[in-house]
Ligand binder design. Structure first.
Ligand code: ADP
Length: 277
């Protein structure tokens, strides 16, 4: 019996309910599965419709993130914890899987730190943003997750996370999934997205990087641009945290989970050198 964490992106064109059939089969055959999902596209659409459009922050090192003021967090919750989470739970339950929809805020599953200030590059100048409700997961409380998994249920997890003093924070779902995989001692983490793999050239879908290990991690880091940087970071964090195998693969194909597990994507594996890096 293995533990598999599957993270499915929330980008345009990705339908997280498409993997429901495969997940239900895995669970029926006795695997322990946690599904983590995003909701960025739904959030952007809802934010636009509600007259509070998305603002993207770019850090000096090129990482991009959502500017999360209080109103944005409300809209974020409506999309991630409401619309997307319930659609995923419904599709799993329809296929016979006992899915339980939760955010990282519920039961304090994802405990994190709020950023006190964010450096953002605006018109070539670096500015400091102090009131942002975003941060990063430091610790995963596995008690409740293990109780659910032990009774054959499928936790369906989504941001936000929560600080120790109870403030909801927007966190990156890829890195939260990596922390969850490490904390649960998972065998595999699948990061399914709208691209077939980590690509050497992001504009060329045939330029797949097949394997990443200690000797190729630098090349992988430098190939990743924008939001792909978080996925590579998440893959590294999971491997360092003891997860045996991480695969970045397509969510937009038939049998996406089986294909990812068969290595059709970018496969990160552990080596001694990486663990010591
Ligand atoms: P999700 O919402 O599914 O988590 P993201 O949109 O956050 O996915 O990240 C995937 C995006 O990263 C791709 O759509 C692509 O535009 C971008 N990207 C940047 N660099 C690369 C790369 N080297 N290989 C693949 N995709 C890349």
């Amino acid at each position: 019996m293995s533990t598999i964490i599957i993270k499915i992106g929330g980008g345009k064109g990705i339908d997280p309910t498409r993997v429901a059939g495969e997940i239900a089969s895995l669970v029926a055959s006795g695997e322990r599965v946690v599904l983590v999902h995003g909701g960025s596209h739904e959030t952007n659409e809802l934010a636009e419709a509600l007259g509070h459009p998305t603002q993207t922050i770019t850090s000096p090192s090129g990482h991009t993130s959502r500017r999360t003021d209080r109103r944005t967090l409300d809209i974020f919750n409506m999309a991630y914890c409401g619309r997307v989470n319930k659609a995923v739970v419904e599709s799993l339950r329809r296929r016979g899987a006992d899915a339980v929809g939760l955010s990282g805020l519920d039961a304090g599953i994802w405990i994190g730190t709020r950023k006190s200030a964010i450096r953002a590059v605006e018109d070539g100048r670096t500015v400091l943003i102090r009131d942002d409700l975003s941060g990063k997961v430091d610790r995963v409380d596995t008690d409740f997750l293990n109780t659910l998994l032990g009774s054959g249920r499928v936790p369906v997890l989504t941001p936000p996370a929560v600080t120790p003093d109870g403030i909801a924070i927007n966190v990156d779902a890829d890195r939260a999934a990596a922390a969850t995989a490490a904390a649960l001692g998972a065998d595999e983490l699948l990061l399914l997205s709208n691209v077939p793999a980590l690509l050497r050239d992001p504009s060329d879908p045939d330029s797949r990087i097949e394997q990443v290990n200690a000797s190729t991690i630098e090349a992988a880091r430098s190939a990743a641009r924008g939001r792909m940087k978080n996925k590579v970071l998440a893959a590294e964090e999971a491997i360092v945290g003891g997860v045996t195998r991480v695969v970045i693969a397509s969510a937009a194909r038939e049998h996406a989970i089986a294909a990812a597990r068969a290595g059709e994507g970018t496969v990160f594996t552990s080596t001694r050198a990486e663990v010591n890096a």
